[in-house]
Ligand binder design. Structure first.
Ligand code: FES
Length: 107
């Protein structure tokens, strides 16, 4: 299990233990974290699972695929240098303690 801290749009922190191999989206969705809609269920076609990643961890993430990069241009909240689609980020032990900020809106 890997400790992930999600910050919901309201500012509330939710600390979870997420199994390795899950995506950040699955960890949030299975635990009712507010603000991650994940309308396409993780197939990288909706961009409603957009999150901002703690910048100290960016280099530990699996890289952005061309498809994710394209979808990141379609997010409702502004794309930033630390934007990712949470369905495309795999949870690994290197991410222990990661803080994931959910943007204000996904639509
Ligand atoms: S859940 Fe649709 S792009 Fe991530």
């Amino acid at each position: 299990m890997v400790k992930i801290i999600y910050i919901e749009p309201s500012g509330r922190d939710v600390e979870l233990q997420v199994p390795e191999g899950w995506s950040l989206m699955e960890g949030a969705f299975q635990n009712g974290v507010d603000g991650i809609e994940a309308e396409c269920g993780g197939s990288c076609t909706c961009a409603t699972c957009h999150v901002y990643i703690d910048e100290r961890y960016l280099e530990r993430l699996n890289p952005i695929s061309p498809n994710e990069d394209e979808m990141l241009d379609c997010t409702a909240s502004e794309r930033r240098a630390n934007s990712r689609l949470s369905c495309q980020v795999q949870v690994t032990e290197q991410l222990d303690g990661l803080v994931v900020t959910v943007p204000p809106t996904q639509f």
